[in-house]
Write a protein that binds this ligand. Sequence first.
Ligand code: NAP
Length: 230
Amino acid sequence: MRIAVFGANGPTGRHLTDQALAAGHEVVAVTRRPGSITARPGLAVAVADATDPAAVDAAIGGTDAVLSSLGARFSRDAVTTYSTSATAITGAMARHGVRRLLVVSSSVADPHWRPTGAHFFNHVLDPLVNRRLGRTLHEDMRRMEDVVRGTALDWTLVRPSGLFEHPVVTDYRTAETSADGLFTARADLAASMLRELGERRYVRTAMGVITTAVKPNIAKLIWNEGVRKK
Ligand SMILES: NC(=O)c1ccc[n+]([C@@H]2O[C@H](COP(=O)([O-])OP(=O)(O)OC[C@H]3O[C@@H](n4cnc5c(N)ncnc54)[C@H](OP(=O)(O)O)[C@@H]3O)[C@@H](O)[C@H]2O)c1
């Protein structure tokens, strides 16, 4: 398959690109910063801001499927990256007759997601971090989900929990709507998307994905995701 990967130079996008190439797919890495992508056999680069309909249209032409791991930062201001890029991507897919879309959202987009036994997270961190500091970002993620749901495409909304780095794919779990767990390794998120591309178990619904075989080091997680990434 020839797969367009949006957010290809981001932390999840790198796993998606590496794993897709290793599985024998061709990848069109869609990025605003082509210099950040290392050339390899099977890999083409398309330069596009994902909110620019014309650039997105050019990137998607000739592909068989689209995977998006685009992301924005927490902000006090309104976030629009998710919904605007979803509008551009789904419009281009419809025009080019590309039907299969997997787009990364979040467990937080499921209003009923409350991981079992995670009292501190459910009562302190989630309300403070996701619902207050991340309010505008998650509002736009929900708008993105609505844009995707409103299309006639074969879409899957992919909902990971807290992302962390782990070097290899583990025995991750998926579930419809959202999965009962706090963390998802990016390698597992990418692997679940590529597996779903072939298996089509969650077409026109949401797929939660969590990692249970390994746990992140919390200090490292806060450093990598909260401090170093800013
Ligand atoms: N962090 C968590 O715990 C968590 C939990 C659940 C879900 N998620 C979601 O999971 C997804 C992946 O997260 P991540 O941490 O792996 O990646 P990330 O750091 O959010 O990656 C952002 C990527 O999106 C690209 N991007 C942003 N705006 C763009 C635009 N307008 N046009 C083109 N590219 C654009 C960035 O490219 P540039 O380098 O050009 O900026 C970068 O490649 C995100 O949607 C995130 O919200 C995260």
